[in-house]
Design a protein around this ligand. Structure first.
Ligand code: NDP
Length: 248
C-alpha cells in the first residue's frame, strides 16, 4: 500500500523507538505529529525533519491526560484534514520488586502504559471512524507475553496493552475498516532503562546491555512500516521482534 501523504500521530516521539519511527514514516512521505512531554526534543526533531524536506509538527502532549491527547489529534486534523495512523508508543519501565512498594512508579506505569494508550486511541477514533479507515499500532512488549521477576507491574501493563489491541482489532476492523497491530519487542537500545531507580536492577540491565546486542529503534520502526504498507485487506495483528541473541 502506498503510504505517502498519510497523517500519523506518534506518541513518545521524543526519543528511542518513537523518534526512529517518526523519521522512518517521514522518509516514506507521511506527515507526522510528534507527541511527547519534552518540548525541546520534539521541536528539535521537527526542525531536523523539516530541514530535510519532510513534514512534522511538534505537539507537546502528556498521554495521561485525555484532553492533551485530544488537542494533539485535533491539531493534526485541523492542519491536514485527516488522521490515518496512531503509534501508541509512549511508555515507562522502572523495574523493581513488588515488595519494594514503589507505588508511585506502579501508578506512573499504569497511567502512561495503559491509560495513555486508551486516551490516545479515544482521541483518534472518531476521525478514523468518520474516514472509515485507519491503522493503530500499540507498543506492547515481550513482557506482555511472559512475566519476568522485577518487571511484574510493567508486565501487567503490557499484557493489558496486548489484550486491548486484540479486542480493539476485533471491534473496529470489520465495522470501521481500522487495522490494529500490537508490537511486542524484546530488548531495544533506548532511554527506557535510564528511569530505573532500583540500583540492583539498573546494574543488571547495564550488564545485559554489555553482553547482548540490543535491537535499534529503527528495527522496530521497520516492522511498523511493514505492517502499514501491507495491502488494505491484510491486518498484521501481532509482531514479536527480538534480538537474535535474546534467548529468553
Ligand atoms: P524511551 O524512554 O526512549 O521512550 C519513551 C517515550 O515515552 C519518550 O519519548 C517519552 O517522552 C514518552 N513518554 C513517557 N511518558 C509520557 C507521557 N506521560 N506523555 C507522553 N509521552 C510520554 O524508550 P523506548 O523507545 O524504548 O520505549 C518506547 C516504547 O517501547 C515503550 O512503550 C516501551 O515500553 C516499549 N518497549 C521498549 C523496549 C525496550 O527494550 N526499549 C522493549 C519492549 C517494549 P517524554 O519523556 O518526552 O514525554
Amino acid at each position: 500500500m502506498d503510504i505517502a501523504g498519510k497523517v500519523a500521530l506518534v506518541t513518545g516521539a521524543s526519543s528511542g523507538i518513537g523518534a526512529a519511527t517518526a523519521k522512518r514514516l517521514v522518509a516514506e512521505g507521511v506527515v507526522v505529529g510528534l507527541a511527547a512531554r519534552r518540548k525541546d526534543r520534539i521541536e528539535a526533531l521537527a526542525a531536523e525533519i523539516e530541514a530535510a524536506g519532510g513534514r512534522a509538527l511538534a505537539l507537546q502532549t502528556d498521554v495521561t491526560d485525555l484532553g492533551s491527547c485530544e488537542t494533539a489529534a485535533r491539531a493534526l486534523i485541523n492542519q491536514f484534514g485527516r488522521l490515518d495512523v496512531l503509534v501508541n508508543n509512549a511508555g515507562l519501565m522502572p523495574l523493581s520488586d513488588v515488595d519494594s512498594l514503589k507505588t508511585d512508579e506502579w501508578k506512573r506505569m499504569v497511567d502512561v502504559n495503559v491509560s495513555g494508550v486508551l486516551n490516545a486511541t479515544a482521541s483518534v477514533l472518531p476521525q478514523m471512524i468518520a474516514q472509515h479507515s485507519g491503522h493503530i499500532f500499540n507498543m506492547s512488549s515481550i513482557a506482555g507475553r511472559k512475566v519476568f521477576i522485577g518487571l511484574t507491574v510493567y508486565c501487567a501493563t503490557k499484557a493489558a496493552v496486548a489484550a486491548f489491541s486484540d479486542g480493539l482489532r476485533m471491534e473496529v476492523g470489520p465495522k470501521h475498516n481500522i487495522r490494529v497491530t500490537c508490537i511486542q519487542p524484546g530488548a531495544v537500545k533506548s532511554e527506557l532503562y535510564d528511569h530505573i531507580s532500583d540500583a540492583n536492577y539498573r546494574r543488571q540491565m547495564d550488564d545485559l546491555a554489555s553482553k547482548m546486542t540490543f535491537l535499534e529503534g529503527e528495527d522496530i520502526a521497520d516492522t511498523i512500516l511493514f505492517a502499514l504498507r501491507s495491502p488494505a485487506r491484510m491486518d498484521v495483528a501481532e509482531l514479536f521482534v527480538l534480538p537474535t541473541e535474546q534467548g529468553w
